[in-house]
Design a protein around this ligand. Sequence first.
Ligand code: BG6
Ligand code: BG6
Ligand code: GLC
Ligand code: GLC
Length: 917
Amino acid sequence: MFAVHLMAFYFTKLKEDQIKKVDRFLYHMRLSDETLLDIMARFQVEMEKGLAKDTNPTASVKMLPTFVRAIPDGSENGEFLALDLGGSKFRVLKVQVSAEGKRSVQMESQFYPTPNEITRGNGSELFEYVADCLADFMKTKELMHKKLPLGFTFSFPCRQTKLEEGVLLSWTKKFKARGVQDTDVVSRLTQAVKKHKDMDVDILALVNDTVGTMMTCAYDDPYCEVGVIIGTGTNACYMEDMSNIDLVEGDEGRMCINTEWGAFGDDGALEDIRTEFDRELDLGSLNPGKQLFEKMISGLYLGELVRLILLKMAKTGLLFGGQKSSALHTKGKIETQHVAAMERYKEGLANTREILVDLGLEPSEADCIAVQHVCTIVSFRSANLCAAALAAILTRLRENKRLTRLRTTVGMDGTLYKIHPQYPKRLHKVVRKLVPNCDVRFLLSESGSTKGAAMVTAVASRVQAQRKQIDEVLALFRLTLEQLVGVQDRMRAELEFGLKKKTHPLATVKMLPTYVCGMPDGTEKGKFLALDLGGTNFRVLLVKIRSGRRSVRMYNKIFAIPLEIMQGTGEELFDHIVQCIADFLEYMGLKGARLPLGFTFSFPCRQASIDKGTLIGWTKGFKATDCEGEDVVDMLREAIKRRNEFDLDIVAVVNDTVGTMMTCGYEDPNCEIGLIAGTGSNMCYMEEMRNIELVEGDEGKMCINTEWGGFGDNGCLDDIRTQYDKEVDEGSLNPGKQRYEKMTSGMYLGEIVRQILIGLTKQGLLFRGQISERLRTRGIFETKFLSQIESDRLALLQVRRILQQLGLDSTCEDSIVVKEVCGVVSRRAAQLCGAGLAAIVEKRREDQGLERLRITVGVDGTLYKLHPHFSRILQETVKELAPRCEVTFMLSEDGSGKGAALITAVAKRLQQPRKEN
Ligand code: BG6
Ligand code: BG6
Ligand code: GLC
Ligand code: GLC
């Protein structure tokens, strides 16, 4: 018993001593956590350098765009050929990817040798050899008669400008064939294949092994967005935001970047980490000075590093009693598989002895322990370095996504990672320590990188096919100039119809006289109340106009109108309005004052005078009963009476377009048009009295509220209305009405977008084909969301975030499509609006017999104000369709309430002399 304890003690002591000895000797190879964090930070900088256009040429980490933009979604199918060249083994494969609802991939493969004469000989011969192997494979598999797409896994750094092309930057690892560097390896292989007259293959994709690995793993786990190889060489790829990739045009979506991290340190960035052994190893390699990071990590070099260390230790008498063997002096005698064997948990020590004896050495127990520990330090350093670089990538992914925690999967491959007993465990542990805010799953690619390469090839053809379907839908919304001119012409005709007595009753554009005949002249003054009902907000205002100085002071309060009131009874609605007025008067300390009031009421009203307006029909979101056909001024008066608390002098009822025109006209007398692009869409303008057949008199001008929202209600726009427009119409409060408004205004654009998204989802082109409850919900895309989504400054992930806020769980690819859909819908809206406006300015120009017309349009509405592109496209369209009109757009900063007050003031002034008379 005692002897056993003594033995154990002796052994423990021996082990401790040896370990201490090696630790001391290799202390420079043991990297502390701080050092790893430091390396991680350095690698982050390297990535930035590689991605940016101006620093890329001199960057050592090349960050190569791969033109792989999407991970597999399970819908890939087809039969593919694949080549896998550059790892420890060369393979030719046939990959059958079948869809039909189940994810299954069948592969048949054949290994072929790659002797040094081939890998380090003449480049053309290398490709001819590859083509020969391919031909051989196709013959044995009886594929010669088929034309198959081929995915080419080529595990060397290539600069790609498209998926099916790649210029070799430099050979790495064991390859050094002449005359290949700086040439496109795809065309080289194509040329070689062409020599086989009986073979017909189409190389669709060139894929690095890291990319293939990522794709292989992503097929099983959609969270996989990183691929790492720790094999003969080492490298990693990951999905980067396009907006960060300077070298490729476009900001949408993501693209896989092949980092080529093996070259990290080639510019001297790791000199403080490298040891004398690393330098010695490098000098004896095929590519001195290159791939310095790789040389500290990967399988081709680990054994050699161990050998160099053991040799040095033997030389200094620290091992084998100073004895060396010729094998120990021979390059390449220790391989990675030996290192792995020596580090095996149980048999490790015995393996070590055996391996050392095979090298012609006579190791003692102590030597074996020491050598085993050397292996541990070298392979641990390798895992540590990989972990640091991988941690940098993970951090980058997390930051790109602006997440506090990242959940992600890393696809892994490579013999070192696969055969070394300790390696994966160590790597995982260190990564988790370095990036505690990432939940990382490491997924081993069981079937190599070619499954993924076939997937890339399949994805490319899927994306192509789906793109075509999406484009077909979007094309319905892209209007040609001819179509826009058509809209302009029809609008022009409708305007004339509405003005003429005979055609007026049937006209869809109602051209309502407003009895507003003049612009403010600056002499108006006094205190007025104003109501502003019908836009996004209901406001009550107090407007103080001072004469002479054209200065106006306003006080206002926004009140909510609950949905049940908007769609309840008329009495309830007007009682609610009066309640709000009472609150406002109280709030302003004006209780009991009998002020003149201007009522902005943004719905179509037939007027017989400035203070009478019969509601023709509700539009937008209102549908209170017992109002249509009634005079809204009377209804307001009655509600005031019912309340019996105060009295008001209702002087004018004004459409919001008219109020807007007046607001702007107060500053710019040339403003003779008012435009609203908001919840609804409408326009008013100053028309010659002689053209207004519905009102007596030919002198001067009167403002006409066109109510152009009703344009198209007679079917005259049916050729451009899509099924989506029809669906929106059918789901609205006023089916069949306001068709133009429903294609151009804020209340409906989001609904059109929603209908398109539903359609695309049904076709399986979005949201993985799943229509969520949220997407079924009416009104989720308010104007403000559309405006945010379309903002140019937004990264795709922010778009995705907005969609997520809206309850739509979208991928990045989905987000691109959603943004595009928003884009075509709002663009069409702006163009249609522009065509309408072009009709009116042209009419004014012609009516006045002018060669050129200068006119100002006062504009208001959330769509115009908030949307990042609407106003620009609208203006461009007007310019294009009405080239002889110089149209100035003036944004109404103060809303239409100010204009309503001005109209009230003018009306009051005109009333005065009448009363005096
Ligand atoms: C294989 C992949 O599984 O791993 C190859 O199919 C890859 O594409 C290789 O190059 C990397 O490992 P190693 O150890 O063979 O270089
Ligand atoms: C406001 C005006 O600024 O804009 C309202 O004061 C008008 O009268 C409104 O109805 C239109 O825009 P939206 O987007 O609120 O409907
Ligand atoms: C080398 C190659 C790289 C490859 C890696 C792993 O680093 O340059 O392209 O991915 O080895 O095989
Ligand atoms: C609707 C109304 C119209 C109003 C417009 C803008 O089209 O019918 O009167 O001007 O919306 O608010």
